[in-house]
Design a protein around this ligand. Structure first.
Ligand SMILES: Cc1cc2nc3c(=O)[nH]c(=O)nc-3n(C[C@H](O)[C@H](O)[C@H](O)COP(=O)(O)OP(=O)(O)OC[C@H]3O[C@@H](n4cnc5c(N)ncnc54)[C@H](O)[C@@H]3O)c2cc1C
Ligand code: FES
Length: 253
């Protein structure tokens, strides 16, 4: 078992299914297992959600991508959003093991989808919660501006929706806090061959799968990434609806 924090797998549910990347949120080298948390957003993740304990998927490829650079930075701010809170906590755990003091921020749209709060509290020096609608904790991430005025951080890790990672990077930039973000562009092979996962970082084209998935948040062209993530939106929506009513636009089941 070679998995390390920051890496991902690509799985296929069935022989003809779509390849979907998921970030490793835990692993057990002795048992040879990896854990991933996923959000049911479209056809494949909805199908994955229907599997029961003991069921299997057709293929799992990985670990893919570069591992996170875990070292003793000093004081680390870890910000996680939505389902990416799960892999963020693996970073929190390993950052702590490397001797860092870790402050964790858990973000979500609404309070009901804040996950792993107790686990985050057990691993972190401090935990803050923020929701888009203010139903729990702070409303939005603006509170981070006040936090950074009061406390000095040496390093920041942000994992979650692209808009959230963009906001965190904009907030940390004036303070010169190195900020690592995990990019999730559309991927196919995950091995540097198809070029679908192109992202622009520091004005240069990079491949999310082999150059990342972690990049310097202060250099990422987030708006370009958001646009590329939406390229197949009409087809994805159609596929999801057709699958729910028993068909599939791409001919795959
Ligand atoms: C490196 C990486 C790590 C990821 N880690 C996680 C994770 O830990 N948990 C999680 O819930 N999601 C994760 N994702 C996103 C996940 O792969 C997509 O949600 C999934 O592929 C959607 O498939 P679908 O058929 O259910 O939805 P679709 O309807 O096909 O797509 C819904 C949206 O998901 C994105 N997406 C679709 N296909 C892909 C693809 N092949 N590669 C990447 N994004 C795609 C697009 O933005 C799309 O608009 C990760 C993506 C990448 C690239
Ligand atoms: S997914 Fe094909 S090059 Fe990155």
């Amino acid at each position: 078992m070679k998995a390390k924090p920051g890496q991902f797998i690509i799985l296929m549910i069935g022989e003809k299914g779509e390849r979907i990347p998921l970030t490793i949120s835990d692993f057990d080298a002795r048992k040879g297992t990896v854990s991933c948390a996923f959000h049911e957003v479209g056809k494949t993740t909805k199908k994955l959600g229907l599997l029961n304990e003991g069921d299997y998927v057709e293929t799992v490829t990985g670990p893919l991508g570069n591992p996170s650079e875990i070292k003793n930075y000093g004081k680390v701010l870890c910000v996680g959003g939505s389902v990416m809170i799960a892999p963020l906590l693996l970073q929190v755990k390993t950052m702590r093991e490397a001797g860092n003091s870790v402050t964790t921020v858990l973000g979500a749209r609404i309070k009901d989808v804040i996950m792993l709060e107790d686990e985050a509290k057990a691993m972190s020096e401090k935990v803050y919660v923020a929701t888009d609608d203010g139903s729990k904790g702070y409303q939005g991430l603006d509170f981070l501006k006040d936090l950074l005025k009061k406390e000095k951080f040496d390093h920041c890790v942000a994992m979650g929706p692209v808009v959230m990672m963009k906001t965190v990077s904009e907030i940390t930039k004036p303070y010169g806090i190195p900020t690592v973000v995990t990019l999730t562009p559309i991927m196919i092979d995950g091995m540097g061959m198809c070029g679908v996962c192109r992202v622009t970082v520091g004005g240069k084209m990079q491949f999310g799968c082999i150059d990342g998935p972690e990049f310097n948040g202060h250099k990422v062209d987030f708006d370009g990434l958001i646009q590329r993530q939406r390229i197949f939106l009409p087809e994805e929506r159609l596929n999801s609806v057709l699958w729910e009513i028993g068909g599939c636009a791409c001919g795959r089941q």
